[in-house]
Design a protein around this ligand. Structure first.
Ligand SMILES: O=C(O)c1ccccc1NCC(=O)[C@H](O)[C@H](O)COP(=O)(O)O
Length: 276
């Protein structure tokens, strides 16, 4: 754990529940995954003129307006129908209403890569369920490099989440090749799309860069793409936890069709005329 200061009470509670579960876990055998390639999925979406989107099956969350208890498989199928390049499934049970079983069922039912979205703190926490991508959050782990390696040894593609440039450096030093910049700050749980914009210019060109959290509208999608996002991770705007329970396929489609055809990967760095 890098730092436990400045965490929202909900996040402290999530971490405590995670530790409790791992203390109860009985030492599962290491998983071996034959993963679906995430970079191929991003490429396929791009070639087909869709925004590469990871749509998240997120029944609820500490910041959600309510809970959607639709069948995760039905939700995931509707997201793929709406053009999602990959699916994220929350497996955290106590604060997000997720489960490893839901992920296993989703992965069997769809043919796109599936991300396991959870708070994996140590190697033993990886062996709960097969997934194509596995989230590792820089802020919450001590030895990122060995966790990245352990994830790869199992066949997972690690998605390493950062919130600022310092964490980005840690991620790159640990060998991360897929990096997510989370716009949600874990102290106040507020989202600010400027977070992505401030970190993205420092991300090496050969890293697949994902903008996470707080992306609600086609304009947000374009903003993140123009700031350099190769792909986006969206939960709440697609799940729409409020009472209306809107159409998940349509919610996904309006985001995957949001590119204006001019979205360029990593804007040119502005050069000072005096330097040339
Ligand atoms: O979503 C929350 O309320 C939350 C609270 C505390 C820690 C993490 C949280 N979310 C995890 C995520 O990373 C998001 O589910 C994911 O990036 C999608 O975000 P959004 O599109 O804003 O639902």
């Amino acid at each position: 754990m890098n730092s436990e200061t400045d965490l929202a009470p909900a996040v402290e509670s999530i971490l405590a529940a995670t530790r409790e579960r791992s203390a109860e876990a009985s030492g599962d055998d290491p998983i071996s995954v034959d993963a679906r390639s995430f970079s191929d999925a991003v490429e396929r979406a791009t070639v087909n003129g869709r925004v590469p989107l990871i749509a998240e099956v997120k029944p609820t969350s500490p910041t959600a307006d309510g809970t959607r208890d639709d069948d995760p498989v039905e939700l995931a199928k509707r997201m793929v129908e709406g053009g999602a390049a990959a699916i994220s499934v929350l497996t955290e049970p106590t604060h997000f209403g997720g489960s490893p079983e839901a992920l296993a069922r989703v992965r069997e039912a769809v043919d796109v890569p599936v991300l396991r979205k959870d708070f994996v703190l140590e190697e033993a926490g990886m062996d709960l369920v097969e997934a194509d991508l596995l989230l590792l959050i820089v802020r919450f782990v001590d030895d990122l490099e060995s966790l990245v390696e352990a994830a790869r040894d199992r066949g997972f593609q690690p998605l390493v989440e950062v919130h600022d440039r310092h964490e980005l450096e840690t991620a790159i030093d640990a060998g991360a090749t897929i990096v997510g910049v989370n716009n949600r700050d874990l102290a106040r749980l507020e989202v600010d799309l400027e977070t992505f914009e401030s970190v993205a210019p420092a991300v090496p060109e050969d890293v697949t860069l994902i903008a996470e959290s707080g992306i609600s509208t086609p304009a947000d999608v374009r903003r993140m793409r123009q700031a350099g996002a190769d792909a986006l991770l969206v939960g709440s705007a697609i799940m729409d936890h409020g009472e209306r329970e809107t159409n998940v396929t349509e919610n996904t489609r309006r985001l995957t069709r949001a590119d204006d055809g001019d979205a360029s990967r990593r804007p040119e760095t502005t050069t000072n005329e005096d330097d040339s």
